[in-house]
Each structure stands twice: as structure tokens, then as C-alpha cells.
Ligand binder design. Structure first.
Ligand code: 9YW
Length: 448
């Protein structure tokens, strides 16, 4: 039904609206993830937001990354939320209990877990955008990149040291939120081990106030588990040595690992482009990228190329197929024939090419999978930011026709100008939050 969506806007209007979203959500030094639902800075959102901002003002884009990096913990971790003073989001800094953690920089309140490492990808993209703007912007971006490269290297080193699983080589996540795909069916089996204790402190959910329909959000039972893991993290004092060995949720994440591989590549490329003198660090980054790719390749089914996460508590391969199973395509982990098969599957009728979809891009879960739910968060809807990641990866691979096609279809999804957090795949109805910053940001990158 067409009344679920506003009519399509022409590109110039769409770009102007996207720019307005970023401006409206801008607090000065950070753009909140969305005005109502997420009034703080999220780590991987900030990376995409910075790319969008670069099309408006390169200097402002760099400030965004600077704000995030100034919240980096002394051990190298970039926290998944940098809190503003807003009190309308739960769990806030008090619930995370990170104020007493010595690794946290004292001037800022943060959560105590991380999100996918897309920041180096963003930085390289911003340097590239600046090259098309002006000499002054190139100078600014390159100087910034040279100054912050060591911080990004330390972030990658933290992941390599503390999170590269010794058994399977995948990057370990200790909370579904670390994957960025909070309640994806990928995590249903691992979450089944998470049994909230009777001493889980009581809480009131605030996320349901920001959406029209609670069925678009995770359930209460899911939320209890999320909160229980925070309790376990607190009790482990957020010690990066202890956490990945003791938490009830420990999963090798193929998607995060694939992104880590290409982000390591980007740091290496930046070091070359900027003539940085860091031969040892560059050698390490190359090794991490190679190990990450190998781990993604290992996690792939030899017949289909679909890659699966590993539950590190029991060694089980989680056989749930979601969009993350196509991660090998992001980092070119597979031999050509298998990659071709995987790509054909992704673009075919079960996924992006579903004949009933409003826009021909991958959903978070295919309608052919048992866990599919067209309206619920990471269980079916289409997420523009994922479309951006895949189209960007395709472009890099030199698959320009395919990249263009995904960009066009991504634009079809967001052309109503509401900048939804995610979209119902059959109708294209925007769901969750509106005026979502990263949706506006990827729109700008597609249009500019
Ligand atoms: C939450 C901000 C974040 C994203 C995540 C997404 C959602 C936050 O929103 O999580 O409280 O549930 O799952 O990827 O960074 O946009």
C-alpha cells in the first residue's frame, strides 16, 4: 500500500533534507544517532555520520571522529556509546557503571562495550571526499588522519589482542549490542545460555517510548538478557582480559571480523598515502587483516559460501542465515567460484532480488528463513547502512555495475525523506526511529 510511505522526493530535495537531519541532530561536537530514541553518540553510527558530514563540511566531519576518539579508553577500546547529558535513554551511564573504570577517560561518560570497527573505513573515505572538495580540505583531512592514525591502530590492536578468538580467529563479541545487530536471530542460540540472575537490578525500558509499536523493538525477555550481561561486565570490572573468557555470551562474529579485515587494509593504505613512518604497525595490521580473512573463510560453508558465527562457549557453529552470512563478500575472503555463488544467492529472489520487495536490497533476514519478521528490528527489515556497506564493498571490488545498482535501490528505499532507522521490505514503510542520522548520512554519500 502506497499510503505507508510519503511520495518520493527529487534528489536535490532529498539531499537538502538529509543535510537538515544532520544539522538538527548536531549538538556542536557530536551528532546524536537520532533525535528521540538515541540522544547520544554511537560508535559505528559516528563513523557513517562523519562520512555524511564530510559532504557538507570536512572540518565538521573530522570533529565528529575527534569526539569519538577522545572517548577512547586508555587500553584502546572505542566504547559503543559516548553519552550526552540526555536522560531519556536507558541504559544510561549509571547503569553501565563505568565511572569507576580506570581505562575510561575522565572527562566523558561512556558505555563499556564496543561496536564494529568501521572507523578507519570512514576516515579513508573522508580523506577521499576531501580530495574532491578543496586543497585546504585535503590538508585538514590528511593532517587529521596522520594525527589520529595511532589511535585507530591502538583500537585495532585492542581487538586483535583481546578479541581475536584463539580457537577460530573470529573477533569475539560479548554482547549482541557489540555486533550492531542487537536482536538478530544470529544471537538467539547464544542468548539461550544467558540466564538473568535473581539479583538483576530492576529497570524500566525507555526505548519503547520512542517508537509507535513495541513489536518493532526487541522483547522484554531479550532486554533482561541484555541487562544481565551488563551486570556481568560490571562484576568483571570491564577487564578486557577477563570479559571475553567469562561472560555468558561469547560469540565469534563473522560480520565484525570481515569489517575488521577491510578496516585494517584501510589503515595500511592510509599509512602509505600519508607516508607515515610505522613499519612495525603496518606489518601487524597486514597480519591481522590476513588472519581475519582466513577466519571468515573458515567460517564459510564450502558449498554455499555462507559464513556462520561461532558460539565460543560450546564450539557450536550457529547455522542461522542472516545478512551477516554474506560477510565474505565484504572482505573478499573466498575463492572466485564460491564468491560468485554467494553473490548470486545475495542478489537472487530469496534476498535482495525478492520479487515482492519495494527496493531490491538485502533485508536483515530473508523472508524464506524461519525467524523472519518483516517489522521487527534486526529480524527482517532493510537497513540503509548495511546497503551502504555492501555497495561500498562492491565498488571497491571493481563491481561497479552492481555497486551502482545497490546505491540506486538504496536511494529508492530512503527517497520518502523520513530517514527511517529501518524499512519494512515489502512496503518500504519506514520503521523505528525517524530522522535517523546514519540513514541521512549514507543518503548524502550516495547522492553527492
Ligand atoms: C539500542 C544507534 C544504534 C545502532 C545499533 C542499533 C541500535 C541501540 O541503534 O542499537 O539501544 O538498541 O541496533 O546498531 O548503533 O543507531
Amino acid at each position: 500500500p502506497t499510503d505507508l510511505r510519503a511520495p518520493e522526493l527529487p534528489p536535490t530535495t532529498l539531499a537538502a533534507r538529509a543535510a537538515a537531519v544532520l544539522r538538527d541532530n548536531d549538538t556542536g561536537t557530536l551528532v546524536t544517532a537520532s533525535p528521540k530514541l538515541y540522544p547520544h553518540m554511537w560508535s559505528w553510527d559516528a563513523a557513517f555520520i562523519a562520512i555524511g558530514l564530510a559532504h557538507l563540511d570536512v572540518n565538521r566531519a573530522l570533529t565528529e571522529l575527534d569526539t569519538l576518539l577522545s572517548a577512547q579508553w586508555s587500553d584502546g577500546m572505542i566504547p559503543h556509546i559516548v553519552f550526552t547529558d540526555a536522560t531519556s535513554y536507558f541504559p544510561g551511564p549509571d547503569r553501565w557503571g563505568t565511572d569507576s573504570v580506570p581505562q575510561r577517560p575522565p572527562h566523558v561518560r561512556t558505555s563499556g562495550i564496543c561496536q564494529p570497527p568501521v572507523h578507519a573505513i570512514a576516515l579513508r573515505r573522508i580523506v577521499d571526499i576531501a580530495r574532491h572538495v578543496s586543497r585546504d580540505d585535503v590538508e585538514l583531512a590528511e593532517t587529521f588522519a596522520a594525527r589520529t592514525w595511532p589511535a585507530l591502530y591502538r583500537w585495532h590492536r585492542w581487538l586483535a589482542r583481546h578479541r581475536m578468538s584463539e580457537s577460530c580467529g573470529l573477533i569475539t563479541i560479548v554482547h549482541g549490542w557489540e555486533s550492531g545487530m542487537d536482536n538478530s536471530p544470529r544471537w538467539d542460540a547464544p542468548y539461550a545460555h544467558v540466564q538473568p540472575g535473581p539479583d538483576l537490578p530492576p529497570y524500566v525500558r525507555l526505548d519503547l517510548l520512542g517508537v509507535d509499536d513495541p513489536n518493532e523493538r526487541p522483547s522484554d525477555a531479550e532486554y533482561d538478557r541484555y541487562l544481565w550481561l551488563i551486570e556481568q561486565l560490571r562484576r568483571a570490572d570491564y577487564d578486557p582480559e577477563v570479559v571475553p573468557k567469562t561472560l555468558d555470551f561469547r560469540v565469534g562474529d563473522v560480520f565484525t571480523t570481515a569489517l575488521f579485515a577491510i578496516a585494517c587494509d584501510d589503515l595500511v593504505e592510509l599509512a602509505h598515502e600519508l607516508s607515515l613512518d610505522a613499519p612495525d604497525e603496518v606489518a601487524e595490521l597486514r597480519t591481522w587483516a590476513a588472519h581475519a580473512r582466513e577466519a571468515v573463510a573458515h567460517s564459510a560453508d564450502p558449498d554455499t559460501g555462507l559464513a556462520f558465527d561461532k558460539d565460543l562457549r560450546n564450539g557450536d557453529t550457529t547455522r542461522t542465515t542472516t545478512v551477516a552470512a554474506f560477510s565474505p563478500l565484504l572482505c573478499s575472503a573466498l575463492p572466485e567460484h564460491l564468491e560468485h555463488r554467494l553473490l548470486t544467492h545475495l542478489t537472487g529472489p530469496a534476498w535482495a532480488g525478492h520479487p515482492k520487495f519495494h527496493a531490491a536490497v538485502a533485508p536483515s533476514v530473508s523472508p524464506t528463513e524461519p525467524g523472519f519478521d518483516a517489522r521487527r528490528y534486526w529480524r527482517g527489515p532493510q537497513w540503509p547502512v548495511l546497503v551502504w556497506l555492501f555497495s561500498f564493498a562492491f565498488q571497491r571490488r571493481g563491481w561497479t555495475g552492481l555497486a551502482r545498482n545497490w546505491r540506486e535501490q538504496g536511494l529508492r528505499l530512503v527517497a520518502d525523506g523520513s530517514f527511517g532507522e529501518y524499512y519494512e521490505p515489502f512496503t518500504g514503510e519506514p520503521l523505528g526511529s525517524t530522522q535517523q542520522s546514519w540513514t541521512a548520512a549514507v543518503t548524502l554519500d550516495w547522492l553527492c
